[in-house]
Design a protein around this ligand. Structure first.
Ligand code: ADP
Ligand code: MG
Length: 698
């Protein structure tokens, strides 16, 4: 048996009890699992400082001291603080424990030398270390004093004595047992040109580095490997898919498109819209199924591009559908599309949860017999009962609410999968797009329609509301409309609802001379629609809402967006909300209201919002601040980010490298036949089997 498959229980220092904890807490069952549990940081322990060299701004350092005496202080009723006075012959320091136990006296004896490792702080005229790591100086071997790895451990582990230090010892024991080199998982024609060290060297250095350089080389190698196989898997899957399905060929630009373009289109397309239409047309004529992600900032005019694509499908004798994440948005799209296609003899229908009974039957029948040209709706469209005569084009708006699985369902709506255009207003940084949407081609609308004035974003504290209300009044008197948004957290919908209801009542009192609408997720659809309609038509001037308005709502006359408790929103959410204004020709404003107790990260978020309107910049910043696992929508997208060592936010360059290498392999051997790549295909197969998340990708 492969030694790495060995049960972790048999590793000296583990045993059945520790195995239970390791497997429960960290998923470590085998030697391999332990080997692949990487340190999260290292501390340089090559230098021992003299007490006379210390200064208070030093990070973690180590000193070699003897304990001279102990002293105890009462803290509260039953608690003691224990202080050890120690010296290295060059000065005196204190070692402090805030919850003293006998353990300390038993383990750390007087007049013996210890290596004390911790952060020095200056207190009462001398340096002190509180709760430092302490090792017997005579037991610490010289080569232990290199880069010390730190492993993440849980409370339960610490209670059972499995500290980071203990993990370090276990991995060292494990490494000493691996007497033959570990199998290589990347061929030398990849590793050599990129100067990547071997897998065996990387595994040894990652746990047991001697120098900073060791840690870096080990990390680069292991991160690259991880990212490479992710990319190889995605690209293989995409290439399989392309080979398996041909795409319907739409080679005609016909009556519907031309009529729309010459008679109904109320404005010139922007340069970016024209370019993207060319890209889409090229896909539609390629004979391959289109799978295209259309990224464009809020308000950049994606809907129009989608509409024109659908018209091309209709001109070629096919049906089209458009899916939105919410009912409000679906209805808005329906209205927009109907308005754009006025006077053209096309049947456009809505299919959402509220379309019921007889109406629903009619729509379903129309889809089946082909008399419905365009259906706009929610997830209701992908239900099994919904069948088309010949669906040729599917548009999915706001991808971040729509996962790989749903896309696959759309494919199955037609013998030949329809061309798919996925639109997102949450710009996704390139490296992330490559990983989540690795199988999609990407088009970008990077130009707003002319005449838009950049939105001004202003930060206000919640004790400055009075002046804010005056501003609102002024804007409404100028004929504009205002959104006021309250945060919504799923865990406490009741509290949120109360916040919103209270807020609405308060606003009604503050603005007795204006009319207000309110809208939230718990309202009945009919009610929601009515409230929304009043705001759209301008009957009400203020819309008090939760984040249900986040996506897609289009009221060009609204020029002020007020976001309360803005500290509770993420960057991309703030950007989405802000995108609800700035859609008309007027100067628009976004006011972020927060309390005065902001964390560093929150202030950073608010600053970024005030500094830029550029969605891509914001998305990059978001990724850096939060990390990809947290990014909105990545959970639903079907790929969990449990990469063991790589970090998509920080390792952008490696993602790019991995992508390029994987692409070369796929181009050279699309059907996985070539012997020279056997190592890669075998490894990919093995990974697909062991890692459940791979299944989600394919
Ligand atoms: P997105 O979906 O990308 O956020 P929309 O498609 O809703 O943006 O477009 C925002 C607004 O801009 C809509 O009112 C739309 O009619 C308008 N619009 C789209 N393209 C143009 C253009 N080329 N010129 C002027 N206005 C446009
Ligand atoms: Mg939109």
């Amino acid at each position: 048996m492969d030694i790495l498959s060995q049960d972790i229980m048999y590793l000296p220092g583990v045993g059945p009890k520790r195995k239970e904890i390791l497997s429960k807490e960290l998923g470590i069952w085998s030697y391999r699992d332990l080997l692949e549990y990487f340190p999260y940081k290292y501390v340089d322990r090559t230098k021992i400082y003299l007490l006379s060299e210390l200064s208070a701004d030093m990070p973690f350092v180590q000193v070699k001291c003897k304990i001279l005496s102990y002293e105890e202080f009462e803290v509260g009723k039953r608690r003691k603080r224990i202080v050890a006075h120690a010296t290295d012959g060059h000065g005196i320091c204190d070692i402090v424990w805030f919850n003293g136990t006998k353990y300390i006296y038993q383990n750390y004896q007087l007049d013996k030398e210890y290596i004390i490792f911790g952060k020095p702080t200056y207190y009462n005229g001398r340096f002190q270390f509180s709760h430092p790591d302490i090792d017997d100086a005579s037991q610490l071997q010289l080569n232990d004093m290199g880069m010390q790895p730190f492993y993440i451990t849980t409370e339960k582990m610490k209670k059972a004595g499995i500290t980071s230090r203990a993990m370090e010892k276990l991995t060292k024991t494990l490494l000493s047992k691996l007497t033959t080199p570990l199998d290589e998982t990347l061929p030398s024609f990849i590793t050599s040109p990129l100067h990547l060290i071997s897998r065996d060297a990387a595994m040894r250095k990652i746990h047991y580095p001697k120098t900073v350089d060791d840690t870096q080389r080990a990390r680069v190698r292991l991160k690259f490997e991880e990212l490479f196989y992710v990319q190889l898997n995605i690209l293989r899957y995409a290439s399989d898919h392309r080979r398996k399905y041909r795409g319907d060929i739409f080679n005609r630009i016909g009556a519907q498109f031309n009529w729309f373009y010459t008679h109904n289109l109320p404005f010139e397309l922007t340069g970016a819209q024209k370019r993207v239409m060319h890209e889409i047309r090229a896909d539609m004529m390629s004979g391959k199924q289109m799978n295209r992600l259309l990224q464009g900032d809020v308000g950049s005019g994606k809907t129009l591009v989608a509409l024109m694509s659908m018209l091309i499908a209709i001109d070629n004798g096919y049906q089209a559908c458009m899916m939105a994440p919410t009912e409000i948005l679906a209805e808005q799209h329906l209205q927009t599309i109907k308005e754009f296609l006025k006077g053209m003899n096309l049947r456009i229908e809505l299919l959402t949860g509220i379309v019921k009974g007889k109406k629903r039957k009619e729509v379903l029948a129309g889809l089946l017999d082909g008399s419905v040209h365009i259906v706009v709706g929610t997830h209701a469209i992908i239900e099994d009962k919904v069948q088309f005569q010949n669906l040729g084009m599917a548009v999915v708006d706001e991808q971040h609410r729509f996962g790989v699985e749903q896309r696959a369902k759309l494919w199955s709506k037609s013998d030949n999968p329809p061309h798919i255009l996925v639109m997102t207003a949450t710009p996704i940084p390139r490296t992330l797009a490559m990983t989540i949407y690795g199988d999609l081609d990407v088009s970008i609308i990077d130009e707003l329609p002319p005449g838009r004035k950049p939105i001004q974003t202003i930060h206000k504290y919640d004790d400055q509301m009075t002046s804010l209300y005056q501003g609102i009044r002024q804007q409404i008197k100028l004929g504009r409309q205002v959104y006021i948004v309250y945060p919504l957290i799923k865990e406490s919908e009741r509290i949120d609802l109360k916040n919103l209801e209270d807020g609405y009542a308060a606003m009604c009192e503050i603005f007795p001379d204006f009319k207000l609408s309110k809208i939230h997720g718990k309202m009945k659809d009919k009610e929601k629609e009515a409230e929304m309609q009043m705001f759209v038509s301008g009957e009400t001037q203020i819309l008090v809402a939760t984040t249900v308005i986040e996506v897609g709502v289009n009221v060009p006359n609204a020029s002020v967006m007020i976001i309360l408790d803005a500290q509770r929103f993420g960057l991309s959410q703030l950007h989405q909300l802000r995108g609800r204004v700035g859609r008309g020709a007027e100067q628009s404003y976004c006011i972020l209201v927060t309390n005065r107790k902001l964390t560093k990260e929150t202030s950073k978020r608010i600053d970024i919002m005030c500094d830029t309107n550029d969605g891509f910049e914001i998305a990059e910043a978001d990724l850096k601040l939060r990390g990809p696992g947290d990014l909105e929508g990545t959970q639903q997208s079907g790929i969990a980010f449990d990469l063991k060592i790589a970090d998509i936010a920080r390792d952008g360059q490696l993602v790019q490298m991995a992508r390029e290498e994987a692409q070369k392999i796929i181009d050279s051997d699309p059907t996985c036949q070539k012997n020279e790549y056997k190592l890669l295909w075998d490894r990919l197969k093995a990974l697909r089997k062991t890692n459940i998340n791979w299944a989600a990708i394919s």
